[in-house]
Design a binder for this molecule. Structure first.
Ligand SMILES: Cc1ncc(COP(=O)(O)O)c(C=O)c1O
Length: 460
């Protein structure tokens, strides 16, 4: 009865992110009640294996008591300290310093946000300010990747290249441009890593040339495209894009909102290739989603450009009430301790081969065209014809069928509309958790394949 009334209240009042509002009213909400380690419990008492860390964010798993304690202590001591008017708090200062210690050496300054969208939006604002401050006001064009995701703020949603975030929102803006995704499974240049890297660099060069380098501010990219379908570019791709941006005289912004904090192995995906961006955006794993927080990290050069661009005493007009929130910062410090001294980063690296093997073992399944992963970020791409890589017809609504059957089999992951299944298990997963994941996943794929409409759509 209580569940029914919550579902009714939700239907009447709560607007959910990224759903069709009318479809949600019809379907009703699925209420999650508690979590422990890699497992969630719903309001009906079903225990679900979470293979997506919430929304690629609960990297440490649920129920970490040391985080609860750090938050409670900070709340009791000082629940809020503004960063305005030169005020600050110890946890925020320590967290900024710790992030600079861990991040690529080029990044020396940290502005805290509430999540990833406002981190990307803040990055755009800082870049605009920087070029205006340093006497290059014509540098206003932004380039990002097709299939990229950079949040859903008013400007960031235009750097995002997923049409669902554009529909009826009047984005992308006129100064936002795209180049092709380095999508190895479907790249017109084929799957040769060098050819893919060359094609991306070439596409960036020609886009900058078309716009005029003197007009281009920055190139934004994710090291691995998450919401675009977990697109894993060849090793060396990120470094090559960094070098191209330097050569072209444009800023290189890496959006590590998903990929940071051990998701792909190291603390930051940039680290794997020794990449030093001009700016980096982070969120999600920063607090493992125990409280909202994100950040923009920037180089000395960008920071100094903004700092020295203002007349004496005139503030830089960018601020959020909750920037550098002390409770989120205290949580962030404890989460970083769990990644490092707590051994979670090392566990993620040790477990990654089980994850990769499990995904690859499903390549023989009739529905699976490709398995790809880096660290604990991975995907299966489902196709109706393995030789031509033809997708299933959208009318089959395969992703909805999969989500429904997976839930019945007590496993949660992301089934994208184009039938890519995304996985982001928590860094606390054990070998036994992976065994259970792949058993439930295989059962799910088998049951979906047994549906007559799906069976009929598979060409073999
Ligand atoms: C790469 C990337 N950037 C930005 C965002 C936006 O972050 P948020 O949802 O915290 O606003 C996301 C969220 O998934 C993301 O994956």
């Amino acid at each position: 009865m209580q569940i029914d009334s919550l579902v009714a209240l939700d239907r009447q009042h709560l607007i959910h992110p990224l759903v069709n509002y009318r479809a949600h009213e019809q379907r009703g909400v699925t209420i999650l009640e508690s979590g422990h380690g890699a497992y969630l419990k719903d309001a009906q008492g079903n225990e679900l294996l979470d293979a997506f860390s919430g929304l690629w964010c609960v990297n440490v798993g649920y129920g970490q008591q040391s985080i609860v304690q750090a938050a409670a202590e900070q709340m009791a001591k000082l629940p809020y300290a503004t960063g305005y008017f030169h005020f600050g708090s110890e946890p925020a200062i320590r967290l900024a310093a710790r992030l600079v210690e861990l991040a690529p050496p080029s990044l020396r300054h940290v502005y805290f946000t509430l999540g990833g969208s406002d981190a990307d939006d803040s990055a755009i604002r800082f870049i605009t300010h920087y070029f205006n401050s340093t006497g290059r006001p014509q540098k206003k064009q932004f380039i990002s990747l097709e299939r990229g995701y950079h949040g859903s703020s008013s400007q960031g949603s235009g750097l995002t290249a997923l049409s669902v975030f554009h529909n009826n929102f009047d984005v992308p803006l006129r100064n936002q441009h795209k180049i092709p995704s380095p999508y190895p499974y479907r790249n017109p240049v084929g799957s040769d890593p060098e050819a893919i890297i060359r094609a991306s660099v070439e596409a960036l060069r020609s886009k900058v040339q078309e716009l005029g380098a003197e007009n281009v501010a920055a190139f934004f990219c994710e090291p691995i495209q998450g919401s675009g379908g977990v697109i894993v570019p060849p090793k060396g791709w990120l470094k090559a894009m960094r070098m191209a941006c330097r050569e072209l005289g444009i800023l290189f912004v890496v959006d590590e909102v998903i990929t940071a904090f051990g998701r792909t192995g190291p603390m930051f995906a940039c680290e794997a290739e020794g990449v030093e961006p001009d700016l980096m955006t982070i969120a999600k794993g920063l607090t493992a989603a125990y409280a909202p927080m994100g950040a923009v990290l920037m180089s000395d050069e960008v920071y100094a450009g903004i700092a020295d661009g203002m007349a004496t005493g005139v503030p830089v007009g960018h601020g959020y009430t909750y920037s550098a929130h002390p409770v989120s910062a205290a949580i962030g410090l404890e989460v970083l301790r769990l990644y490092t001294e707590g051994g979670l980063l090392a566990n993620g690296i040790a477990q990654a081969p089980h994850f990769e093997e499990g995904l690859r073992s499903l390549l023989s399944h009739p529905l699976v065209g490709e398995a790809r992963s880096r660290g604990l970020l991975g995907a299966l791409e489902l196709v109706s014809d393995k030789s031509s890589k033809e997708r299933f017809s959208p009318s089959l609504k395969l992703h909805e069928r999969i989500t429904e059957v997976a839930y019945r089999n007590k496993v949660v992951f992301r089934a994208f509309g184009d039938n890519i299944l995304g996985f982001a298990p928590a860094l606390c997963y054990t070998a036994a958790d992976f065994e259970l994941l792949f058993a439930r996943l295989k059962k799910t794929l088998d049951e979906v394949l047994a549906q007559p409409e799906v069976r009929a759509a598979v060409k073999q």
